[in-house]
Design a protein around this ligand. Structure first.
Ligand SMILES: Nc1ncnc2c1ncn2[C@@H]1O[C@H](COP(=O)(O)OP(=O)(O)O)[C@@H](O)[C@H]1O
Ligand SMILES: [Mg+2]
Length: 305
């Protein structure tokens, strides 16, 4: 099938914006997302091939943020579908706005106006969910569609979303087929609570995001916490890496280092010593058992003193 002129134009514009991996890495850096070369390459291919990108990694390593940053870097909307157990098409694609339909019927009755079914199943009564929004997106560039934590949904839902994405079209029986002018750039994330289906992984590019080195985490923190100084950022990032060596229920991630450095700043503590740790445990550990485990090692151990 011939590509529309609008879509060809959009692809040319994306090519000009992102001629190579380095250009994408720089654009991501410009929106304060630091991607290592492996991740930048995977994201570049996802945009340019295009092909859905599956990002896996532990919680808090920057999977969700990667998709958000990609949308910002492309200056295009992000449509995010947060997956959960039991999620179905109505939540992903569309559903009819029943309260509004009922209201429409009541109002028509009150006015003594005629109302037929077509009126009630028209575009005004459709609740558009992220998949449909991404498909309907009018451009000028493709939207980014984030299927977040796809491992929480069941395998049937996976298969359903992939059918929709492969077609880049949605059929609403009452309205007809809605075809994407600009098929979205698709990013899926998984915390790996279960294996994903072969049918899905086969269609995707894959990238595993490792928890970064303390130096890298410190760089991220300095982007995210205004006024933070490098020594404190490095000390906090190093301490969190130390914590992650314990057998914790909820190992802290990058977000906790960011929160921690922000909290220390508000407390007026600019050095990470045992007293600073004692004052701020709750910014880093969010689980009672983890607290106890870390406290048996001690604040001084965590501070590296
Ligand atoms: N590479 C990165 N560059 C900038 N910020 C990052 C990066 N990785 C993670 N972050 C920060 O860490 C936080 C947690 O990341 P998030 O994307 O929510 O993790 P995940 O989705 O993998 O659980 C984000 O809000 C962001 O502030
Ligand atoms: Mg996430």
């Amino acid at each position: 099938m011939a590509m529309s002129a609008a879509r060809a134009g959009a692809e040319a514009e994306v090519r000009t914006r992102l001629p190579d991996v380095a250009a994408l890495a720089a654009a991501l850096d410009g929106v304060d997302y630091l991607a290592d070369p492996g991740l930048a390459t995977a994201m570049f291919l996802a945009v340019r091939l295009p092909q859905p990108l599956l990002l896996e990694g532990e919680p808090g390593v920057g999977k969700t943020e990667a998709a958000k940053a990609l949308a910002r870097a492309l200056d295009t909307p992000l449509f995010r579908l947060q997956c959960f157990e039991g999620i179905d098409a109505a939540e992903a694609l569309y559903e009819w706005n029943h309260p509004r339909q009922l209201l429409g019927i009541r109002l028509a009755e009150a006015r003594g106006a005629a109302l037929d079914e077509d009126d009630l199943f028209g575009p005004d009564y459709l609740l558009r969910r992220p998949l449909l929004q991404a498909i309907e997106h009018a451009g000028p560039r493709p939207a980014v569609l984030l299927l977040d934590e796809i491992d929480r949904a069941d395998a049937e839902f996976e298969a359903f979303t992939f059918e929709v994405l492969a077609e880049a079209a949605v059929t609403v029986p009452e309205l007809g087929t809605i075809r994407a002018a600009h098929p979205p750039i698709v990013v899926l994330t998984s915390n790996r609570t279960r294996d994903l289906h072969d049918a899905l992984t086969r269609r995707c590019l894959y990238h595993w995001i490792d928890y970064p080195t303390p130096e890298r985490v410190a760089e991220i923190v300095r982007r995210r916490v205004p006024g933070s100084e490098e020594p404190l950022a490095v000390a906090a990032a190093t301490a969190v890496t130390r914590l992650r060596s314990l057998d914790l229920v909820k190992p802290p991630g990058i977000a906790e280092v960011i929160d921690w450095v922000a909290a220390l700043g508000v407390l007026g503590l600019f050095e990470l010593d045992a007293a600073a740790v004692e004052a701020s445990w709750g910014s880093v550990l969010k689980n009672r058992d983890d607290h106890e485990l870390a406290r048996t090692r001690g604040a001084a151990w965590l501070a590296g003193a």
